[in-house]
Design a protein around this ligand. Structure first.
Ligand SMILES: [Zn+2]
Length: 143
C-alpha cells in the first residue's frame, strides 16, 4: 500500500518519495465502495506516466490511480494518509535539539542530511541520543 503525507501530500511509494506536481481537485471517477464521487487530491509524475491520489467525498476511501503518459487508465491501488515524520532537522525546534545534542553533533547531523562531508564519530555519538530525544520530545529523528 502506498502512503501519502498529510499536508505536503508527498507520496511514499516502494521506498521512494515523490513530490506532487499539482494539488488540483478534479472529479476523477466513482468510488468502487460506495459509488460516491472521487476527487483528486494530488498529481505525481512517475516513470513514463502519471499517478493521481484520489479520495471519495462520501466515504473517505483513498486510492492511487495509475495512468500512462497519454492518460490511459492503468490501474488503482490502495493508499493511506500518514502523518509526516520529522525526518528533517529543520522541522524541529532548535532549543530542543540543543538540549540533547552538542554543537559538533548537530553540525554532523546537518551535514549528513545535506549529503555533505561530516565527522563520522560525531554522527555516531548523536545517533546514540536519538532514543533520549524521542523520550523527551516525542519525535524520532532519522538521519
Ligand atoms: Zn466511497
Amino acid at each position: 500500500m502506498c502512503k501519502i503525507e498529510q499536508g505536503s501530500r508527498r507520496l511514499h511509494l516502494q521506498g521512494t518519495k515523490i513530490e506532487p506536481t499539482s494539488l488540483e481537485e478534479n472529479f476523477v471517477g466513482f468510488c468502487e465502495r460506495c459509488g460516491g464521487e472521487l476527487l483528486s487530491t494530488a498529481y505525481y509524475r512517475s516513470g513514463g506516466g502519471w499517478l493521481v491520489a484520489a479520495c471519495c467525498e462520501r466515504c473517505g476511501h483513498m486510492l492511487l490511480i495509475k495512468y500512462d503518459r497519454s492518460w490511459e487508465w492503468q490501474g488503482d491501488s490502495a493508499a493511506e494518509v500518514i502523518e509526516p515524520r520529522p525526518t528533517s532537522l529543520s522541522y524541529l525546534p532548535r532549543e530542543q535539539l540543543e538540549t540533547v545534542f552538542s554543537p559538533a553533533e548537530l553540525k554532523a547531523m546537518e551535514a549528513c542530511e545535506r549529503d555533505e562531508t561530516y565527522v563520522r564519530q560525531n554522527l555516531s555519538r548523536a545517533r546514540v541520543k536519538y532514543d533520549k530525544f524521542e523520550r523527551l520530545f516525542g519525535q524520532r529523528i532519522e538521519i
